[in-house]
Design a protein around this ligand. Structure first.
Ligand code: S3P
Length: 432
């Protein structure tokens, strides 16, 4: 297996059970929230990807003791809301936007200087969205290019609550400000333009924070100590989406994905696939670690096009590339709109999805706020570049399971950001 590229061929059948790794969003939070709590927490089911490792590395550099107790399990020794230690060097979040933005909220309350940087991709992603409100709360923060790009320097201080309307539906910005608000004097009021994932709110509430959620309005009264909470992380919803779509678009498929997180802020792709006529069912619904969880079964389906926009967008923000692939093989046209935020992900996912899926035969027109996809019965295959974006690598790989000729995925190692075992699971399910 070459490491510069991996070739994926269509198997006759696609069947089996796949246990996806622990949810990336919840893993980051389980570690960060417990790092600023009182006591020791045990976290298991942690996502094994590089992004979660970045969070662990940065927090260790900030004086937090995190001991790995087993594979994907650790203990986190809390240091209290304002008890982190000044790092000796610049912190490198590598590819992880969640590490950077959520940690910024925590650092805004620490009375010392931290400089955050990241890899070439992260250094082009917008940070003014956290710099501006954190300054309004009383932190000193500055970044490159008009305070927008990493490196970002934060000297934390005595924060006070603010009343802030988020300009975009972003769980990372919301979470950053809730973590800052937890350590601020007074109350922080946030207003979201549309609902985004709510893992931060759930975990803060479980930790005893004084937080209230009323539709799109959230308030947190600061300076209440947070309790350490043990977390069992469910399977990653966004990762499960790749296997769900794989089953739907393959002509002879049935894939079971047990133990997947199903909080409403993440399940927009299931709603979209239902609109498209997919054969997907959920069983064994339960609550694990304060999060709704279930087992997903997906089967070969006859998909039709759909219109995806408005409040659905934050709920499919990470699944847009794989939904675009489903749409490329559906009957009729699919429109994705109101999705400007896709420009600012690990790659520009409007531009890269349209370009790379077109290279393997899809009919996709790029729009400034999304794309228009003309469905076709078959895709030709060919070469596709992940642009070092984990979700693009997995989208192209899933395409290779159904294209007429194989798909060669360039930069395939990027899957390690969220799913290091992806290529092994793919080979197993495809019977390779
Ligand atoms: C995340 C929020 C989303 C998502 C990202 C993870 C989170 O980003 O795309 O993969 O864990 O809060 P935005 O908040 O920037 O939309």
């Amino acid at each position: 297996m070459s490491i510069e590229s991996i070739v994926v061929r269509r198997p006759e059948r696609l069947r089996g059970t796949v246990h996806v790794p622990g949810d990336k969003s919840i893993s980051h939070r389980a570690i960060m929230h417990n790092a600023i709590a009182e006591g020791v927490a045990h976290v298991d089911g942690l996502g094994p990807g590089d992004d979660v490792k970045s969070t662990i590395r940065c927090l260790r550099a900030l004086g937090v003791t995190i001991n790995e107790t087993a594979e994907n399990a650790c203990t986190v020794h809390g240091r209290g809301l304002m008890g982190l230690a000044e790092p000796e060097d610049v912190l490198d979040a590598r590819n992880s936007g969640t590490t950077t933005r959520l940690l910024s909220g925590i650092l805004a309350a620490q009375p010392f200087l931290t400089i955050l940087t990241g890899d070439a991709s992260l250094r082009t992603r917008p940070m003014d969205r956290v710099v501006e409100p954190l300054r309004a709360m009383g932190a000193q923060a500055m970044a490159r290019c008009g305070d927008d790009y990493l490196p970002l320097a934060i000297r934390g201080g005595d924060l006070h609550g603010i009343d802030y309307a988020l300009p975009m539906a972003s769980a990372q910005v919301k979470s950053c400000l809730l973590l800052a608000g937890a350590a601020a004097d007074g109350t922080t009021y946030l207003h979201e333009p549309a609902a985004s994932r709510d893992h931060t709110e759930r975990l803060l509430a479980a930790q005893g924070a004084d937080i209230e959620v009323d539709g799109l309005r959230i308030l947190i009264r600061g300076r209440r100590p947070l309790r350490s909470v043990d977390v069992t992380v469910p399977g990653d919803t966004s990762t499960a989406a790749f296997w769900v779509v794989a089953a739907c678009i393959h002509p002879d498929a049935e894939i079971v994905i047990p133990n997947v997180g199903l909080t409403v802020g993440r399940t927009g792709f299931l709603d979209v696939l239902e609109m498209m006529g997919a054969d997907v069912s959920i069983s064994n619904k339960r609550v694990v670690g304060g999060e709704p969880v279930g087992d997903i079964t997906a089967r070969s389906s006859r998909l039709k096009g759909a219109t995806i926009g408005g409040s659905l967008i934050p709920r499919i923000i990470d699944e847009a590339p794989i939904l675009a692939l489903a749409a490329a093989l559906a009957e009729g046209e699919t429109v994705i709109r109101d999705a400007e935020e896709l420009h600012y992900k690990e790659s520009d996912r409007i531009c890269v999805t349209a370009a790379e899926l077109s290279r393997i035969g899809a009919s996709i027109e790029e729009r400034s706020d999304g794309m228009v996809i003309g469905g076709k019965p078959h895709l030709a295959g060919g070469e596709g570049d992940s642009h070092k974006d984990h979700r693009m690598a997995m989208t192209l790989a899933i395409a290779g399971l159904v294209t007429d000729s194989p798909v060669t995925v360039l930069e395939p190692r990027s899957v390690a950001i969220s799913y290091p075992g992806f290529w092994n699971d793919l080979a197993r399910l495809a019977g390779g």
